[in-house]
Design a protein around this ligand. Structure first.
Ligand SMILES: [Zn+2]
Ligand SMILES: [Zn+2]
Length: 248
């Protein structure tokens, strides 16, 4: 038995023992869990899935409720450099609350249940696209100092362990700080992000799965993907926890 599998075994046993001694609580609302679910049933019920019709590339839900999936206007006019983006659900309800706690209130214990939701969502998509590495969207060093951790890296680390894939945490660098993107429209966001990322080493045809917490206009995912493809990646796909609707 390798050290890694021994550690996984012990970890599972210890978690099982801890569950017996201390009943598990919902990581979001602290209610006692009645079953071995990631969140309590109320919080799980508050996850708003992205349902069809939605953009078949960037996962954006359409306002009209009829018709099938198709490309949104932005993906039609300016096709994204990534193959597809998948999200667990809308940036609303439970996911909105969870992202806020996870990102801004320092509740980094939410990494495991949130990444587990992403893992489930991505199961089907990864049968066709098997990445060589996972890459969290980086924070600029100033933002990292303020926040002390990168939430995208925590999610990627959990997914990497679970899929036994490497997580390249220092490959993509945010070399230029960018203003908070809230309130900017898609075109403005893209302009703000141009030249914001760089690679620390060239790639050699790797297939990359980019990991982030929230996607709004996809400007960040586009710019990261472009940097990766220019640097030698053969394909990029995007996994996010929550998909925000565009406003205005
Ligand atoms: Zn709950
Ligand atoms: Zn789209």
């Amino acid at each position: 038995m390798s050290f890694n599998s021994l550690w996984q075994f012990l970890r599972r046993e210890l978690i099982g023992l801890a569950d017996l001694c201390f009943p598990s609580v919902c990581p979001l609302c602290r209610q006692t869990l009645q079953a071995s679910t990631l969140f309590c049933l109320t919080c799980l019920g508050g996850i708003v899935p992205v349902v069809s019709p939605r953009c078949s590339c960037c996962d954006l839900p359409f306002a009209a409720l009829d018709g099938g999936d198709h490309l949104c206007q932005s993906c039609l006019q300016d096709p994204p450099p990534f193959l597809w983006a998948k999200s667990v659900g809308l940036y609303d309800g439970t996911l909105r609350r969870a992202v806020r706690k996870f990102k801004y209130e320092g509740d980094f214990n939410l990494d495991r249940p949130l990444a587990a939701l992403m893992e489930k969502t991505l199961q089907g998509a990864l049968e066709d696209f098997r990445p060589d590495l996972l890459l969290p969207v980086p924070l600029h060093i100033d933002r990292l100092r303020q926040r002390s951790y990168n939430q995208a890296l925590l999610l990627a680390k959990f997914l990497g362990r679970s899929w036994q894939l490497p997580v390249a945490s220092r490959l993509l660098l945010r070399i230029r700080p960018t203003p908070p993107q809230i309130g900017f429209k898609a075109a403005q966001r893209r302009r703000n992000l141009r030249g914001a990322f760089a690679l620390s080493r060239p790639l050699q045809g790797e297939r990359v799965l980019l990991v982030d917490d929230v996607m709004t206009t996809a400007a960040t995912a586009r710019e990261c993907s472009r940097t990766l493809l220019d640097g030698g990646a053969s394909a990029v796909a995007v996994a996010v926890l929550a998909r925000a609707r565009l406003r205005g």
